[in-house]
Design a protein around this ligand. Structure first.
Ligand code: XMP
Length: 321
């Protein structure tokens, strides 16, 4: 019988065994997985854990502030924030292939952690890197048994070959709902534990086409409006998540006021799911869709059309890339 507290006890024991009296760095993304992984490792090794939050510029509105404020308040964890926005944009310049984007983002993350490790050298050796990899990430990146490689989740398939860290992945056998229960058991607040999933590569894999500063700004606005309206409508627990995807290389003709527009579409991708391995598109109320569509086309300059993705997984994946 696997109770949540026995999962916690077992993982804490394993982490202690693996890390010994060493030190660890944990990349915090703002999502549930890395938050819970860090809290577990903190329970195991206390202040020998330092968390690194990488602002890669592919974040949603308000995300950095939420991590810097809420998570630190809840855990007392030591947090270093690295502004790597330029670095990621430079590395992604001209890249449109989804797998290439994921690999680049995964590689740059590691380079930032390596830099953080060098910066922390004065305090001792940080040999271990904590990652919030879940069981579905392992399976879908081809790391499970007999499963095809669907996409490289940045924290599984996208690691460089010359990785200098030893990985600590305490959630590797768990599904999302179990991770949430572990987080609650560890005393993390609801605002963190019940957060909807957001991919490590962030908005970078929600821009179909090249990732640029302006496109990120456009998508960030559309995403913020969508999340705000879904929350106001009380739908946060109904949906698993609702990616907003910018079709940056597509334009369509529209009309606004007296003028012709020639802007980009965004796709709303509301899904319901138990574990992200399969998903169904969520039948959102028309009034909510209408409010989101009206607001996005009025408030986001580059977007003149909002379309709805009605594909289940399979055959579609949740994210478009
Ligand atoms: P897909 O698109 O594979 O997504 O159906 C399944 C779930 O995983 C999230 N996702 C990721 N999470 N790193 C992550 O931490 C990634 O590279 C990544 N790619 C997708 C996605 O948001 C969905 O919840």
């Amino acid at each position: 019988q696997w109770t949540t507290s026995s999962i916690v006890d077992e993982q804490v024991a394993r982490i202690r065994e693996q890390i010994g009296d060493g030190k660890a760095i944990c990349g915090l993304s703002g999502g549930v997985d890395s938050a819970v992984a860090a809290a577990l490792v903190q329970r195991a090794i206390g202040d020998r854990l330092t968390c690194v939050f990488v602002d890669h510029g592919l974040l949603r509105a308000g995300e950095r502030a939420q991590v810097e404020r809420d998570y630190v308040a809840a855990t007392g964890i030591r947090l270093v924030t690295v502004d790597a926005r330029e670095r990621f944009l430079d590395a992604l310049a001209g890249v449109t292939d989804p797998e290439e984007k994921r690999k680049i983002i995964g590689r740059e993350f590691i380079r930032v952690f390596e830099q953080a490790e060098r910066d922390l050298k004065a305090e001792g050796d940080y040999k271990f890197l904590v990652q919030g990899t879940l069981y579905p990430d392992v399976v879908e990146s081809g790391g499970g048994t007999g499963t095809a490689n669907i996409k490289s989740h940045h924290n599984v398939g996208g690691l460089p070959d010359d990785l200098q860290f030893e990985l600590v992945e305490p959630l590797r056998a768990l599904f999302k709902d179990e991770v949430r229960r572990v987080g609650t058991e560890l005393g993390l607040p609801e605002t963190i534990v019940q957060r909807q999933p957001f991919p490590g590569p962030g908005l970078g894999i929600r821009i179909i086409g090249e990732v640029t500063h302006d496109r990120l700004e456009t998508l960030r606005q559309a995403d913020a409006i969508t999340r705000e309206e879904l929350t106001l409508a009380g739908l946060d627990r109904t949906i698993w998540q609702c990616p907003v995807v910018l079709l940056a290389d597509v334009r369509s003709v529209g009309v606004q006021g007296d003028g012709r527009t020639y802007g980009h579409p965004v796709v709303l991708r509301p899904v319901s799911s138990e574990d992200a391995m399969t998903a169904d598109w969520t039948r959102l109320p028309y009034e909510v869709l209408e409010r989101i569509s009206t607001r996005i086309t009025n408030e986001v300059a580059e977007v003149n059309r909002v379309v709805l993705d009605v594909t289940s997984k399979p055959p579609g994946t949740i994210e478009w890339e």
